[in-house]
Write a protein that binds this ligand. Structure first.
Ligand SMILES: [Zn+2]
Length: 720
């Protein structure tokens, strides 16, 4: 909040509008200026272009032949007088009246200054993965000679330790300043990638093998106005003629629509003859605005030109890079072209791509012109100039709590019609996964989930759910996995099999037994369709389990009459073991095999011989010794030192030195839960028995007893 006030003070010197806006925040929405949403019904396709050229505040939504504008009652009357079939849409109007009065920032939206601080803090926290860059200056910074405005900024995410060149996923937000939620989504994606690197398989390979470049606020000057509660859409350039409303109204404001100003087909739909105070004024010339030239130069620096000059030249299937610009609202996924109703030469891939994104976020996919015709947009430019797979998401519903430009912040994570973040995250991930060759990879099936459960020592049960439902609908014909080295780095494929017996469906579950692989590895999975198209990979980490049984106690002692015994064994859950008695007088009464931790029961027969005896049970390769006294055991002389022991209140180890003839059996048992015998608890002849006393949690002294060959050994421990 402090940053915002400081900024407004600085801006005062140069851009009078900013301070006036802040000062008149509460009083500006007088009755005749209060916004209304009007709905115009178009008579035919040619009407759309004619209406768009009026430069009105078009909402990025459409219902059938109806377009929507933010306007005033007076302007509705004027438009009606001009012959447009227009009326005020009361439910939409109510939404906007409500939202203008919200102090949106209280709910959690970050200011431009906070966004900049955030990316700087992330770059400091993750120096090997993140780097903040500046790529130009905003209009106010240029116009003020640096005294106001902003350095345009973004953040690049990639593992700098892995060599390039790397495919790039470019994500930008809020080129329309008032579309608040888009910046938050971009920043959350930064956080998601950085905080899950090294643990999530997909995030890890995406940052190892890709660059993710994120610009969270492409129009910071305008955003500062929006932070004060005004529906500022454009930049804040005041040099192309005066007389625009100040503070801005919903239909009248200074500035250039940066999403009509890009240098591709500029001026063909949205023309410079549009009213300059209107919402889609494209500027006097192509790329007239510093924000536009800066973002174009940035994108050109990241991607080569991969498409021929003619409108009908397709980008090759091998073209690399995905460009995604976030807008709001009306839950749409849009792809080029916007300037013509002709399909682009890459329309098949675009349609699959858009439909696939929509399958994740639930939006409606369509060619951009289907919303209404536009020219000079950043996505048409990115595709038209460079051949990039360029997409627009219009985030947020058309009605309800989460509609509009300033929805409650809680709509990012929930609310009816909300959950913008969880519904768009998988779409962002898919965009990054196909960035290597989007037009090609989108033709193939995608593993939608990959799991690798430990199935044994260093082995894994790999499962992948593959779908081509939104990628052409061909049957899946094959699946394969790679260990650590992905296909594009020359990794070795290993075929997977169809869980249902054959690959023939649009969705399939592929399976493989992977291993043995000791240690930690990244397993990549991909699928191929019946036309031979391989889809993008997904990856999962595996951590091997080394099997092996350990026995907390390695022996037990019995007197001449024998009896029941227990062998406690520890084993990883996924590891199997078997056991067998090595002597006829030791009878195992539990199952002879199992997996995981277990307690094995056995019985020792009576020893009718004079001599003591030793036998064993082999458990998972470990030998458990069973000692039993003979009928002459009573003649044994067994002694030990010390007679007792005092141990520290904080816990301690102790030892008992036993002296006995070589054929004499002794046993040691603990009668105190806080004393554990840590060496063999029975044996023949002289030996040292170790024990461990736990820390005393009591304030009082306690005593515990070990029975050594039938005699008491007292352990005394003072209170703590
Ligand atoms: Zn927009």
């Amino acid at each position: 909040m402090r940053h915002r006030l400081l900024l407004l003070v600085i801006v005062t010197f140069v851009v009078i509008s900013a301070t006036q806006l802040a000062a008149t925040l509460a009083g500006s929405q007088t009755a005749d200026r209060s916004p209304v949403v009007a709905r115009v019904t178009l008579g035919g396709p040619e009407d759309a272009g004619r209406f768009v050229r009026l430069g009105l505040d078009l909402l990025e939504m459409r219902q059938g032949n109806d377009l929507f504008i933010l306007t005033s009652p007076a302007q509705v009357e004027e438009l009606r007088a001009d012959g447009w079939a227009i009326r005020i849409d009361e439910p939409q109007t109510a939404l906007f009246k409500q939202q203008v009065s919200i102090n949106t920032y209280r709910g959690g939206y970050r200011t431009v200054a906070e966004m900049r601080d955030y990316v700087n803090s992330k770059a400091a926290q993750y120096p090997d993965l993140a780097e903040v860059f500046t790529y130009g200056q905003s209009y106010e910074k240029v116009h003020s000679g640096g005294a106001a405005g902003w350095d345009l900024f973004g953040i690049t995410l990639t593992n700098r330790q892995t060599p390039g060149p790397k495919p790039t996923f470019f994500l930008m937000a809020a080129i329309h300043a008032r579309e608040l939620t888009t910046s938050e989504l971009a920043l959350r994606f930064v956080d998601y990638l950085l905080s899950n690197y090294g643990t999530d398989g997909d995030v890890t390979w995406l940052l190892d093998e890709h660059k993710v470049v994120i610009v969270p606020a492409a129009n910071p000057d305008g955003r500062v106005i929006a932070e004060s509660g005004f529906y500022q859409r454009k930049n804040t350039n005041t040099t192309y003629g005066g007389g625009c409303a100040n503070p801005p109204t919903v239909s009248n404001q200074y500035g250039v629509d940066l999403n009509r100003n890009a240098d591709f087909k500029w001026g063909t739909i949205d023309t410079p003859t549009e009213p300059r105070c209107g919402q889609t004024y494209p500027g006097p010339t192509a790329a007239s605005e510093p924000e536009t030239t800066a973002i174009q130069n940035l994108v050109r620096s990241l991607f080569a030109d991969q498409r021929g000059p003619a409108d009908t030249d397709p980008a090759p299937l091998t073209a690399t890079g995905v460009f995604l610009t976030l807008h709001s609202y009306s839950n749409l996924v849009l792809w080029p072209w916007g300037w013509t109703s002709q399909a682009s030469p890459n329309n098949t891939s675009f349609t699959y791509m858009g439909t696939k994104f929509a399958s994740y976020n639930g939006f409606t996919p369509e060619q951009s012109v289907g919303l209404y015709p536009t020219s000079g947009t950043t996505d048409d430019w990115a595709y038209g100039e460079l051949g990039l797979a360029a997409m627009t998401f219009e985030v947020g519903p058309e009605s309800g709590t989460c509609a509009g430009f300033f929805p409650p912040f809680s709509c990012l994570d929930g609310n009816s019609g909300g959950s913008f973040w969880p519904r768009n995250l998988p779409a962002f991930i898919y965009a990054a996964r196909i960035a290597r060759a989007p037009y090609q990879l989108v033709l193939g099936p995608s593993p939608e989930s990959v799991t690798a459960a430990v199935s044994g020592e260093n082995t894994f049960d790999l499962r992948a759910q593959l779908s081509e439902q939104y990628n052409g609908g061909q049957a899946i014909s094959a699946a394969e996995y790679y260990v650590d080295t992905p296909p594009w780095r020359g990794g070795t494929p290993v075929a997977m099999s169809a869980l249902d017996g054959s690959f023939n469906g649009v969705t399939e579950t592929a399976a493989a037994s992977v291993g043995p692989l000791a240690g930690r590895h990244l397993i990549y999975v991909r699928g191929r369709d019946a036309l031979g198209n391989w889809g993008p990979v997904r990856a999962v980490f595996v951590n091997s389990v080394t099997c092996g049984v350990t026995l907390p106690a390695l022996s037990a002692g019995f007197d001449v009459s024998g009896g029941a015994g227990v062998i406690n064994l520890n084993s990883p859950d996924t590891c199997s073991w078997s056991l067998a008695s090595n002597d006829s007088w030791i009878v195992v009464t539990s199952a002879a095999a199992g997996s995981g931790n277990a307690a094995v029961n056995f019985e020792v027969r009576e020893n009718f011989a004079q001599q003591p005896r030793t036998g064993s049970v082999t458990v998972g390769g470990q030998v458990f010794t069973v000692n039993q006294a003979g009928t002459v055991q009573g003649g044994c002389a067994i002694s030990f030192t010390p007679a007792n022991q005092v141990v520290s209140p904080s816990g301690a180890n102790g030892a008992i030195n036993i002296t006995a003839a070589a054929d004499c059996l002794w046993t040691v048992t603990s009668r105190a839960s806080w004393i554990t015998i840590t060496s063999s608890p029975s044996g023949f002849g002289s030996a040292t028995v170790s024990f461990q006393a736990a820390p005393n949690p009591l304030s009082t002294t306690r005593k515990g007893v070990l029975m050594v060959a039938g005699q008491r050994f007292v352990v005394k421990q003072k209170g703590s």
